[in-house]
Ligand binder design. Structure first.
Ligand SMILES: [Zn+2]
Length: 255
């Protein structure tokens, strides 16, 4: 009985830790998108640079001030320098990704897979946001997804081969469609960002799941277009593929 109780306590600690880790990633995601918003004309935006600062008074934040959630409550939701309110947006990202982290942990087969899946969810979230907001996809984020896919399938040579072939086919598939489109119409139908994103998804899911990713991604893209969640005439293929990849992540055991 006592042992049972102890196990429960440890589990609660574990979930808190996972929630907190997810919150850190959520905080990174928020800063990345915020920085992109501020200076998306220059390409100097990364997850780590420039260092976090208060959007209102531009003071650089001290290390303890970037601790997710806790710092928000320690400062009563205000900047320590200019005393202006910190946008609630920050906190909502942290809480959202904290909860996502717990969900991913519960639904993943192994601990290291959960870690990789969570990073994947965050990276795809960034790509979806960039595509819907600016009609761009980050090539460097897609390259990280390719590497992540290789790590996920690292346990056997067979799987890592499937991962690499998946990346190659993912890239070539959209590249060729665009090439043919270009020959016929003399303009690009698909952005090169989409090639890299599908390469990332091919690496992550491997060659057998890739067709399902493309199919569901295409359906989601069309649905978004018909529902009017798009900018102008351009189809947000990247966002569609991203959302499609989430659907595959949750349902892949049924394929
Ligand atoms: Zn401030």
């Amino acid at each position: 009985m006592l042992f049972h109780h102890k196990e429960k306590v440890i589990l609660i600690y574990l979930y808190c830790l996972i929630f907190f880790f997810g919150a850190i990633l959520g905080s990174f995601a928020h800063s990345y998108l915020y920085r992109f918003d501020e200076n998306h004309t220059n390409a100097e935006v990364t997850i780590f640079y420039p260092r976090s600062f208060c959007p209102q008074c531009k003071n650089q934040l001290k290390s303890w001030m970037i601790i997710p959630i806790i710092s928000y409550f320690l400062t009563f939701g205000k900047c320590s320098f200019c005393k202006k309110d910190i946008k609630f947006n920050y906190l909502s990202y942290e809480i959202l990704f904290g909860l996502i982290a717990i969900f991913v942990y519960i639904t993943s087969d192994a601990e290291y897979i959960a870690f990789i899946n969570l990073c994947f969810v965050v990276l795809i979230f960034l790509q979806i946001s960039l595509d819907l907001k600016y009609l761009v996809l980050s090539t460097s984020l897609s390259l990280i997804i390719i590497v992540l896919g290789c790590f996920k399938n690292f346990n056997s040579l067979m799987m890592i081969t499937e991962s690499l072939i998946g990346a190659g086919i993912g890239f070539l598939f959209l590249f060729l469609i665009n090439y043919i489109f270009n020959v016929i119409t003399k303009k690009n139908g698909i952005g090169s960002g989409d090639f890299y994103l599908l390469a990332g998804l091919g690496s992550f899911y491997g060659i057998y799941l890739l067709p399902f990713v493309v199919l569901i991604g295409a359906i989601v893209t069309l649905a978004m277009h018909l529902l009017g969640i798009t900018k102008g005439k351009v189809l947000p293929l990247g966002a569609g593929l991203g959302i499609g990849s989430y659907i595959i992540l949750v349902t892949q055991n049924y394929f």
